[in-house]
Design a protein around this ligand. Structure first.
Ligand code: MF3
Ligand code: CO
Ligand code: CO
Length: 275
């Protein structure tokens, strides 16, 4: 049995219950999420051949410090960076390092800033210089998957509606949906109930209610869906080494749909893609 509770009066730990946030929560999330979206905007002109992912990570850290935000990933379960940078066949949780980005690569940059205890979680794909048509198509399909998932969010619908919308589009475009990672409740906690699956059927999962806040963050592969985690304990890669892409927004359920908290202030939600 799933239970829902008023977020204001609940302890800040993941008990599997679904937190319902009020206007204060939505205000807090708007601020944290806007800063996350703003640094992702800043990175559009930074990501180019020759830049290292550690340089990107440093920018994310310092931008946060300058604006009163702490990166949620810092010291999270032993993770020591301010961002995740996942290149090409890396599905997620790539660890920034001193290697230089190269022309033709695609990199996901995932940032979660915490302001006043509110977590703003978002990621985008960034092309490094000119990329191949197949890579561009994967980025387009993956962003479309995210937005179709978001379109399925409304009170009374089940979480499975999100997964079905994403899976149908991805598989219809001969891509595959990663099963091993999912979206998550977010707000006072970085990772909270419920899990948000990126596959499934409309009649599955719990019912969405006004006040729920969660991420949708589909990972879509050009090849097969299977992943493995490297010996560093974090880096997840496609087993067949096929290209993988991901975009992530944080959303809050409203009376008739949802509010996307992490939309780009500059309209740069899909860097390098037309439109
Ligand atoms: N930001 C990621 C997410 O979307 C989580 C990263 S956890 C880390 O949920 F430790 F790998 F950074
Ligand atoms: Co997330
Ligand atoms: Co994230």
């Amino acid at each position: 049995m799933v239970t829902y509770l008023e977020a204001d009066s609940a302890p800040i730990k993941n008990t599997g219950q679904i937190r319902l946030y009020g206007e204060d929560g939505f205000e807090g999330m708007r601020k944290a999420c806007k800063l996350t979206a703003t640094v992702l905007d800043e990175l559009v002109d930074v990501v180019k051949p020759g830049v290292t992912t550690n340089e990107i990570d440093k920018l994310v850290f310092e931008f946060g410090m300058d604006h009163g935000a702490i990166p949620a990933t810092l010291n999270y379960r032993g993770y020591t960076k301010s961002s995740c940078t996942s290149i090409n066949h890396v599905v997620c949780h790539g660890i920034p390092n001193d290697k230089r980005l190269r022309e033709g690569e695609v990199v996901n940059i995932d940032v979660t800033y915490v302001i006043d205890g509110w977590h703003g979680d978002s990621s985008r794909m960034y092309p490094v210089g000119e990329i191949k048509r197949a890579a561009e198509r994967l980025l387009e399909v993956t962003h479309e998957c995210l937005m179709l998932g978001i379109d399925a969010v409304k009170p009374g619908a089940r979480m499975g509606a999100i997964g079905e919308a994403i899976q149908k589009h991805a598989e219809g475009e001969r891509c595959s949906v990663v099963r091993d990672f999912c979206g998550h409740g977010v707000g006072r906690l970085f990772h909270d109930a419920p899990n948000v699956l990126h596959y499934g059927r409309v009649d599955e999962g719990i019912e969405m209610r006004k006040g729920m806040i969660f991420t949708i963050e589909p990972m879509i592969n050009l090849g097969r869906p299977h992943v493995k985690v490297l010996s560093d304990g974090w880096t997840a890669v496609t087993r067949d080494r096929s290209l993988s892409a991901q975009y992530e927004h944080t959303v809050g359920v409203t009376d008739d749909g949802c509010e996307i908290f992490t939309l780009s202030p500059k309209g740069l939600d899909r860097p390098g893609l037309p439109g």
